[in-house]
Every structure is written in structure tokens, then in C-alpha cells.
Design a protein around this ligand. Structure first.
Ligand code: SAM
Length: 244
């Protein structure tokens, strides 16, 4: 798969996810950018993060939002030169890094939070495992990893996107994460999302996951970005409250 201009700009080119606000880069559907904004701002508030790595940042919409609106120091990493060019010039992401997510040229524990949205499903399982280890290595606080969920393998655009390799549910994604990182699988609607906890907040992973879920949902509703409640949310909340 080549992540070039065509991939990002041509509406007829798979993954066929384009629509909404393509200029900003998170334009898969009109409510998508507010959704990720609500998720990220909740995570930043709960963890007091000041530094963020957006891994597989694409055109840099979220990295730019994090820098401008949340006041974070941000690095956007991607292996696509087209995406990074856009991130730097179009979206004004201050610091960009061209690299593969399986070998991140950043030191251990260098940032408070990692964001990785819609990237790992393009990797084979062994690469995804390596990427997960890298994500856990570079964060000292928390990492949010979100991917297209299994169900889309059966959707029309899911079938067209031949090169999307891994369609996994949250629990399956969590199994790819290193055990030391204490992953918690989150029930986000239409996605598979997990939180990984680094040394700085591993101790309160269950409580933090629950607070993150509640706050993120409240923000999504306020932004008008979420019509439905994720189907497995009640079970997730019962499990977190009961187990931890
Ligand atoms: C579906 S886009 C997601 C972009 C952005 N995170 C978002 O949610 O809009 C996938 C991005 O992952 C990047 N990518 C895919 N495989 C990668 C890898 N192995 N290393 C670094 N970036 C990768 C692509 O260049 C592309 O920008």
C-alpha cells in the first residue's frame, strides 16, 4: 500500500473512507474529527499530559489540534512523505518525523501520551505486535490505540480496502500488546480501541479507563458526535467497577 496523494485525496481510491472534512485529515465521516477531539481532550485532561506523539498522524489534523487548542508539545510521525508534507505545511504541525511505527526513532518514555488512530490495521500481525511494543516503549503515561473494527470486513468499503490487513476486536488488539503495559480494551462504537498504560499511570489503569470512557462520551455527546452508546459500554463499566 502506498500512502501517497492518491490514497489521501482521491475519493474513488480505497480505503473508500473519504468524506466529511478531508482538509483536516480526519474526514472519514462528518462527525469523525469531533469524535477524536473529544477522546483526546478527555485523555489529556485526565492524565495532565503535556507532550504527545501522534503515531501514523496522516495529514496531521489531530496533532495540529493538540498543539493549537490543547497547548501540548506534539510530534507527528508517519512514514508517508505526502502526509507529513501536508501535516507540516497545510496543518502547521510543528514537529514531524518520517519513520515506520515499528521502529520509532524516539527515546524510551519520551512523551506523556501516545495517539495512534487507524494505523495498525494496515500491518501484519507480527508488525502490529512490534508497533505495540514501540508504542508502550515511548510513552511514560498512556497510549490510545484505535483501529477499524472487525465488522467492517463485511462492509462494502471494507471489502474494497484489500490492503487493510487486521480486523480485530478490542480484546484481540489488547492481546497484541505487551503484558507489562496493562492494556484495557475500550468499547468505542464502530472501532476497536485500547488504552495502554505506561509507568506513570499503570497503577490506576482500571479507574483511569473508566473515567476516560465517561468523560470522552460526555464530550462526544456535547459535540454532537455520537448518536448511540457503544453496545458493550455497560458491560465494560460493570467489569471495571467490579474487578478493580
Ligand atoms: C487511515 S490513515 C490514519 C491517519 C490518522 N491517524 C487518522 O486517523 O486520520 C493511516 C496512516 O497510517 C500511516 N501508516 C501506515 N502504516 C504505517 C507504518 N508502518 N508506519 C508509519 N505510518 C504508517 C499512513 O501513512 C497513514 O497516514
Amino acid at each position: 500500500m502506498t500512502f501517497d496523494r492518491r490514497y489521501f485525496e482521491d475519493p474513488d481510491f480505497p480505503p473508500g473512507l473519504k468524506g466529511g472534512d478531508e482538509v483536516r485529515g480526519y474526514g472519514y465521516y462528518p462527525e469523525y474529527f469531533p469524535t477524536v477531539q473529544g477522546q483526546l481532550s478527555a485523555l489529556v485532561e485526565l492524565t495532565s499530559a503535556r507532550t504527545l506523539a501522534d503515531l501514523g498522524c496522516g495529514k496531521g489534523a489531530l496533532a495540529a489540534y493538540a498543539r493549537r487548542d490543547l497547548g501540548l508539545q506534539v510530534v507527528g510521525l508517519d512514514f508517508s512523505s505526502y502526509a507529513l508534507g501536508y501535516a507540516a505545511r497545510g496543518n502547521g504541525v510543528g514537529w514531524t518525523l518520517r519513520a515506520a511505527i515499528t521502529a520509532i526513532p524516539l527515546p524510551e518514555g519520551c512523551c506523556d501520551a501516545v495517539w495512534c488512530n487507524g494505523v495498525l490495521q494496515y500491518l501484519e500481525a507480527a508488525e502490529a505486535r512490534a508497533a505495540m511494543a514501540e508504542i508502550a516503549r515511548v510513552t511514560r503515561g498512556v497510549a490510545f490505540v484505535s483501529n477499524i473494527a472487525a465488522i467492517h470486513a463485511h462492509a462494502e468499503w471494507g471489502r474494497r480496502d484489500h490492503l487493510t490487513r487486521l480486523y480485530l476486536r478490542p480484546s484481540a488488539w489488547a492481546r497484541l500488546a505487551p503484558a507489562a503495559a496493562a492494556p484495557v480494551a475500550l468499547p468505542f462504537e464502530g472501532e476497536s480501541a485500547i488504552l495502554l498504560f505506561g509507568p506513570a499511570c499503570a497503577g490506576e489503569s482500571g479507574a483511569l479507563a473508566l473515567r476516560f470512557m465517561d468523560l470522552a462520551l460526555a464530550r462526544l455527546r456535547r459535540l454532537g458526535a455520537l448518536e448511540r452508546t457503544p453496545p458493550t459500554l455497560a458491560a465494560f463499566q460493570r467489569r471495571c467497577r467490579g474487578v478493580r
